[in-house]
Design a protein around this ligand. Structure first.
Ligand code: SAM
Length: 227
């Protein structure tokens, strides 16, 4: 079976299971070739719904959680998005498909800024995004994403794809009024997805969603290295 056919079947089952709710997330998931974001030896597993190793003790998240977090983020054309935890670059590509679709004039495009702390993974993601055609809509920054990325702040949306002990303060500050942030928060072994909303007058509300399991967010406002 071709990768395209495997992708179509996986996306159909993610729709049936309720992870994909909107046309825009479905379209993005159908457009991004996940097989080109996983290491060669795992390509045949690219369309199974599970996380896969990408080296350096890190993973590309399962397609169901990527779809679900993207739905929660309510991302739209023109949005400026910050992702913390680039990993393979797959989630960044999904976001780029939504904020800057190729069939919309460039003036209307948004942009994805994505921060990765492990330089070799940032390089890996850059290569993946280059060969799949997303580097015009995604900028990769090497650094500690718990501090956000001040140069382009504030952001319409922030998504964190590693687990934090609490919501990093700089990320709350870098969220626009009217903005939404999705972040897994909890212990090293179990977390809940947290939805942070900032109202137009700057009031911050926090809601708990489903239980999840992510690799740790390591940095100044995350877990300490080696903890
Ligand atoms: N979104 C990724 C994808 O689509 O492949 C998967 C992310 S992986 C589950 C978590 C990533 O967060 C790892 O690559 C890890 O190195 C990175 N990370 C952990 N702490 C970080 C920090 N403080 N700043 C930036 N990246 C961080």
């Amino acid at each position: 079976m071709s990768f395209e056919e495997k992708r179509r079947r996986l996306i159909l089952s993610l729709k049936e299971e309720g992870y994909i709710l909107s046309e825009k997330v479905e379209k993005a998931m159908l457009s991004v070739p996940r097989e080109l974001f996983v290491p060669k030896e795992y390509r045949d597993l690219a369309y199974t719904d599970r996380p896969l190793p990408i080296g350096h003790g890190q993973t590309i998240s399962a397609p169901s959680i990527v779809a679900y977090m993207t739905e929660l983020l309510k991302v739209d054309i023109g949005h400026k998005v910050l992702e913390v935890g680039t990993g393979s670059g797959y989630q960044a590509a999904i976001l780029a498909e939504i904020v800057a679709p190729k069939d919309v004039p460039k003036e209307k495009w948004g942009h994805v800024y994505t921060v990765e702390r492990i330089p070799q993974l940032a390089e890996y993601a850059k290569e993946n995004l280059r060969k799949t055609g997303y580097l015009d809509r995604v900028t990769i920054i090497i650094g500690d994403g718990t501090e956000g990325f001040k140069d382009e702040a504030p952001y319409d949306r922030i998504i964190v794809t590693a687990a934090a002990p609490k919501v990093p303060e700089p990320l709350i500050r870098q969220l626009k009024p009217g903005g939404i942030m999705i972040i897994p928060v909890g212990s090293m072994w179990e977390q809940s997805l947290i939805i942070v909303e900032k109202s137009s007058d700057g009031k911050v509300t926090i809601k708990k969603d489903i239980e999840v399991l992510f690799v740790p967010l390591v940095g100044k406002y995350g877990w300490k290295e080696g903890s």
